[in-house]
Design a binder for this molecule. Structure first.
Ligand SMILES: *Cc1c(COP(=O)(O)O)cnc(C)c1O
Length: 453
């Protein structure tokens, strides 16, 4: 075991050093070589050293360099060094992390990490919380608590009796709600399309004056951080109007919640603490390894009621918090260990600096594009930049060439009818030099596609 892990650490270190300089996207040849791993499954066991060598030699070159400093697609963080190492140690511990009395170390560390996250995000300290795989499941988990609470208020026990015959729940979303919120609603039996959709402004923010009069069981889904523009819904107004009607307000803050740690961005989350539940990711702006998301619910009893199980062989009654009472899963890896490591390794100042720095880099990208005469389509209020290089076809060709060049990686999107390239700066590994190098390459490629004036 010792030699195997030492060899693996050596290979992983070499990989992480390599992502600094290699092409961000893997080339087609290395991807084609993945077929070499697709051998008939042998009857005999293989040596761990040999299969690790194959994984590294064939798998590593075919990866996308998401751990590197110049991947700007989607909203993808890297992994802080301390979190990779802590994750390895937690894998070695192999704790199923469901019950405090059985796995006290991981249960306790998760509880500390949840408290720290609530603290830095300035959310109520007595929230119920859960570590899950990502914001998709964090939305699902929070909305399950919401479903419990709004139906309990109407005298209905949804966990016991299901939704057949239950009082109907009105679900209100913004037109820019992330598709994973709609997926979560579908999984909860609330329907992906059976929603009231509110119009949004040019930034993608819910126009709160369009909230309909609210009565009866109602859930309002707001958003912190639009994946295209980085915009935030007006939480103060939404929470006030929704709560006047007795509704539950849920906030999808996969990356946007982290604006709270940056003094120059904190105004964007004003009023967010008035909501009833929040979903966020650890694997985006906090830069912990996949998969890592968190759910917070003001009324921890609602979360527990939606998630807890009972079984004779699972002694869940304890004076301690059992993680499994708050999560969709029973056995699960101890994701809180990496969050604990991230916050410990950054400290408050490091966390603030990470968010401030990446927002400043996004502004630098936007300035450089505007200066070169390209249209930046969003107000760069956070870490997201949308830029057009001319016609939709020209923008798409520029994106293809940037991805093929390999210096950096940016994806495309369509924002309110306009084709754009998206830049999302979230990685701890990105430096000012990486930003300048990427700008130089992007502008050189865009100039090649520019139509003569
Ligand atoms: C990324 C994202 C999600 C989905 O998160 P996963 O971690 O991929 O499940 C949901 N909502 C928003 C706003 C996001 O940015």
């Amino acid at each position: 075991m010792r030699e195997l892990l030492a060899m693996t650490a050596e290979r992983a270190s070499r990989y992480l050093e390599g992502v600094q300089t290699r092409s961000v996207a893997p080339n087609a040849d290395t991807v084609a070589r993945l077929a070499l791993l697709d051998m008939p499954l042998a009857d005999e066991p293989a040596s761990a050293e040999l299969l690790l060598q194959q994984l590294d030699e064939i798998g590593s070159p075919a990866t996308m360099a998401m751990a590197g400093p110049r991947f700007f697609g989607f909203v993808i963080g890297g992994s802080l060094p301390a979190t990779v190492a802590a994750g390895w140690l937690a894998s070695a511990w192999d704790q199923n992390s469901s019950l405090y009395n059985v796995t006290p170390a991981t249960a306790a560390i998760e509880q500390i990490a949840l408290r720290w996250v609530l603290d830095v995000l300035k959310l109520p300290s007595d929230c119920g919380g859960a570590f899950v795989t990502g914001a998709t499941v964090a939305n699902f988990t929070a909305l399950a608590a919401a479903r419990h609470a709004v139906l309990a208020k109407a005298g209905w026990n949804v966990e016991a009796d299901g939704l057949f015959g239950a009082p109907p729940i009105t679900v209100i979303v913004g037109a820019e709600a992330h598709p994973t919120v709609l997926k979560a609603l579908g999984m909860l039996g609330l329907g992906r399309q059976r929603v009231v959709t509110l119009p949004v402004d040019m930034h993608g923010r819910i126009r709160s004056e369009t909230l309909p009069p609210i009565s009866g069981p109602t859930i309002v889904c707001a958003q912190a951080g639009n994946v295209n523009t980085g915009a935030f819904d007006p939480f103060l107004q939404i929470c006030k109007r929704a709560h006047d009607g007795g509704a539950w307000v849920h906030v999808d803050g996969a990356f946007g919640l982290w604006a709270a740690v940056a003094p120059s961005r904190a105004h964007l989350v004003e009023g967010i603490e008035d909501a009833d539940s929040w979903a966020t990711d650890g694997h985006k702006w906090l830069n912990v390894p996949y998969d890592n998301g968190m759910t917070f619910v003001r009324d921890s009893h609602a979360l527990r009621a939606a998630m807890a199980i009972t079984a004779e062989y699972l002694p869940t009654v304890s004076e301690h918090r059992n993680p499994a009472d708050f999560t969709p899963e029973l056995s699960r890896r101890a994701r809180g260990v990496e969050v604990w490591a991230a916050l410990r390794s950054l400290g408050r100042t490091g966390l603030t600096d990470l968010v401030e720095r990446t927002c400043a880099y996004a502004r630098r990208f936007a300035e450089a594009f505007s200066f070169a005469g390209y249209q930046v389509l969003n107000e760069v209020m956070l870490n997201q930049v949308l830029v057009s290089f001319g016609t939709p076809e020209m923008t798409k060709r520029v994106i293809d060439d940037i991805q093929a060049d390999g210096t950096c990686w940016c994806g495309g999107t369509v924002w309110q009818g306009h084709t754009a390239m998206r830049i999302s700066v979230v990685s701890w590994a990105t430096t000012y030099a990486d930003v300048e190098k990427s700008i130089e390459v992007i502008l050189r490629i865009a100039a090649r596609h520019r139509q003569p004036a």
